[in-house]
Every structure is written in structure tokens, then in C-alpha cells.
Design a protein around this ligand. Sequence first.
Ligand code: FAD
Length: 471
Amino acid sequence: MSFKRDHYDAVVVGAGPNGLAAAITLSRKFPSVLLAEAKETVGGGTRSAELTLPGFVHDVCSAVQPLALSSPFFRTLDLHRYGLEWLQPEIPLAHPFRDGDALCLYRSLDATADGLGSDGGAYRKLIGLFVENHEKLLADALKPLPIPTHPFLMARFGVKALRSARNLAEETFRDWRTRALLAGLAAHAMIPLEKAATAAFGIVLAVLAHGVGWPVIRGGSQKLADALVACFMEGGGEIQTGITVGSMGDLPRADCYFFDVTPRQLLNIEGLGLSENYRGRLSRFRYGPGVCKVDWALGGPIPWKAEACRKAGTVHLGDSLEEIGASIRDAHEGRKCFAPYVVLAQQSLFDSSRAPAGRHTAWAYCHVPHGSPEDMTGIIEERIEHYAPGFRALILARNSMPAPAMERHNANYVGGDINGGVQDLHQLYSRPVLSLFPYRTSRKNVYICSSSTPPGGGVHGLCGFYAARGL
Ligand SMILES: Cc1cc2nc3c(=O)[nH]c(=O)nc-3n(C[C@H](O)[C@H](O)[C@H](O)COP(=O)(O)OP(=O)(O)OC[C@H]3O[C@@H](n4cnc5c(N)ncnc54)[C@H](O)[C@@H]3O)c2cc1C
């Protein structure tokens, strides 16, 4: 592989949102920054592609981008200058039930509380303060070290967030449906809902829905990666794709190296010279369950029984807190689940560029045991059919990605784990190892900056930004 220079100020390996964020941050400090990516396209978890039929654009990984929109780093980049356009679904989230009813998170906290009936007051009391102060809350919650800038607010948050989602739901809400709504939000943590701090995920996602919305990106999540690339190139950056780095010999000489990869991959890169002690600590990093992901090209919009679902960007399927909890536990404990909790997005309802006129796309995944080769497509489709009779008849084509296919698509999804490692209370701040500056490795000038570092999974670029800023 030939590079433009023999020597760079900085080299970043991996062009996911964190690698791109690190590269942009470094290019503001140094004149020569190289970004090397294994695949032929950039973006990592923000790629889009015609996975099913010509003219149908699917988000291969991430689809719903509240973390990107609220990211304190991305906000500084004015990404609309590079063509990025956020699209806000009329309803951020709908959670349907088998009787044809649904609960919703609307942009408006008041409308949401009104829709929750007798639990409306409790919902408002739970998150009202955090919604009012969402920018401060998110800036603190998404920081590498839990030393808050707004200690009073974070203390109030911590009291609720450190609880288990199950305990919070049962003690706060009387209606089993509101409990299911909170369980569906907290289940994004991919950790059993009885575990400490799973409530944090539920609260943060609800706050995001009211604070910034749960947007999708016009043209696909790839447009975010494209905008970040344009920003990097404008600052003089250089990108080389098609380089799977397996050894330091694959890279040119540089003053510092940043790796947007997870601990297991870092351990496999030859010539890094990591100390035995550090290698041992990295090898104890824990990965979580995987996902099985499906995309569909559809002949029309999904015929949901619940009217609200037809206006929602994201739909959570799970009949009760108990059912969602069992689904997460099964994946965590290595069992196949026959009634999995499903996350579904319907981007084309709000973005006509995703499918030919009158046609639609849908995107969904469920959790599976780590590395499970099980193709859950049939079970997911059956589940959608319950809430939307006639769904199956609309399918023109589908693309299924069980956990091993997810990992083949992107080596960072080890065993299909989309968060770059378990995000339980312990590993949330000790990713990849316990350290005051966890991005630093044992080798001078070699850093790790993927979602296996704080603040963890999701498209926000903050792992890359904090790693590169702290250099
Ligand atoms: C199915 C699915 C759905 C998701 N949904 C959402 C969502 O809706 N919203 C959200 O916020 N997040 C979502 N996520 C999570 C999100 O995509 C990730 O947390 C995020 O992309 C992590 O960013 P990253 O930069 O750390 O790594 P990645 O985005 O995974 O990028 C890593 C990059 O490094 C490259 N690479 C790896 N190894 C090497 C190597 N040896 N040499 C060179 N390059 C290498 C990879 O090819 C890849 O491009 C989802 C993920 C998946 C898989």
C-alpha cells in the first residue's frame, strides 16, 4: 500500500464515527493526519447501502440518531454545511400492544404524559427536570469521567439512574403498559433489566426523545459519515480505504496512532508492543450479546393496527416488562428467545429518498446470544405480523444479518455485540480498562478510541473526540 507521505503526525485506524471524530480533532492540531479503513467505504456503523433491491437504501447498522444530533462534538462541526439533514418523525417512538393500542413518546413531554393516563404525573416527575436541562445532563452523562459539571443535576439523575430498570418501572408506574414502555427503552442497554443502572438507559433515551427527538438522516446514516469525511478532508486530512490493519507494518510511520477498534482486535495487531500487564487487562474486557438484524424492501407502509405506529420513526415490540426482561435475559444467558424484544425503524415514512415512489423500507433487530448464528428473520416477521396483520404480504425482498454476518460486515461487532462490549455499571467507566485516561494504552503514543472506551456505544463520536483532545 502506498501512502502520500513516509511519516504522518497522526494515523487513525477505523473510519467509524469515533475514528472520524478522532481524525477531525487531530487534523485541527496537526497538518498531516491519515485515516485508514478496512472496508472500501467509510462510516463503520453509519453505513447505508442497497441491501435488498435497486433504489431501496438501507441503514446497515445505526438508523436512529438522537445521540449524533445531541453530540456536543458533532454540534460544533456545522455538519449541515456538508449536506447533512436531520428528519424528525412525527412521533419519535411508539410501543404497540396486541389489542391495537399503543403508548408513545412524543416530542412534547406534556403530550406524552397525557397519553400515559394515570401514570402521566409520575412520568413527568421522573424526567421533567432532566428534559428541561437535557443539554447539561447529556454533556455530563456522556463524559469520560463521572466528575460532573452540574453536580446537583447529576446527583438527582444518579438517584434514579443507578436503579435497575425493573425496580424503577415497578415502583414508579402502576399501569403494566407504562412499565413495558420504560422496559423497551432500557432494553437498549442489552443488560438484564434487574441489573443496577439499567434505568439510566431508559431515562436518557426518553430525555433525548423530548429534548432533541429521535431523528433519521435524509438519504441514510451514510450521509453523516460522508459529512464527517468532508469536514476531515477540508481540514487537510487523507483517507485510505481497503487497509485491514493486522500489523503495525501495514501502516506508515507516525508520531501517534489511534485505533477505532475493540480490545480483542487491538490485541491481535502485531508489532504494537503492548505490555504483558496491559494485554492481560485488555483480555479481561467483556463482550455482550449480539444482534440479528433484518432489512426489508416493502410494497407499502407497514399496516400497523395501532394508528400511532404509522407516524412513528421507531417502534418497540414487547408485550410487557416481563416479556422484554425475559428476552434480554435469554440473550445474555445464551438462550434462544422465541418472543424477542424487537427494535424497528421505518425511515422511508419520513424520507422519500429511501425507496421508489409508493414503496418503503423497514429496519429491525433483536438481541441474540453472543456469536449466535441463529437467523431470527422468521420469528421477527411473525412478531411484526401480530401487530401489523398483512406485513408479510408486503415484503418484496429482505436481507438478514445474523450475529456472525454483522461481525463480517464490521470487525468491531465482536460476536454481534453492537456496543463494543458490555455496558454494565462496572464496564461503563472502566472501558477498556480502569484508568484516569482510558484511551491511553501501555505503549507511548498508541491510543484506543472506539465505543469500547467511554462514553460507550452509539453514534456520537465522543470516544474519538475525547481520546484525540486529551492527547
Ligand atoms: C444493527 C445495529 C444497529 C445500531 N443502531 C444504532 C442506532 O440506531 N443509533 C445509534 O446511536 N447507534 C446504533 N448502533 C451502534 C453504533 O453503530 C455504534 O455504537 C457506533 O458505530 C460505534 O462507532 P465506532 O466508531 O466506535 O465503531 P464502528 O462504527 O464500528 O467503526 C469501526 C470501523 O473500524 C474499521 N476497522 C475495524 N477493524 C479494522 C482494522 N483492523 N483495520 C482497519 N479498519 C478497521 C471497521 O471496518 C469500521 O469501519 C447500531 C449498531 C448496529 C450494528
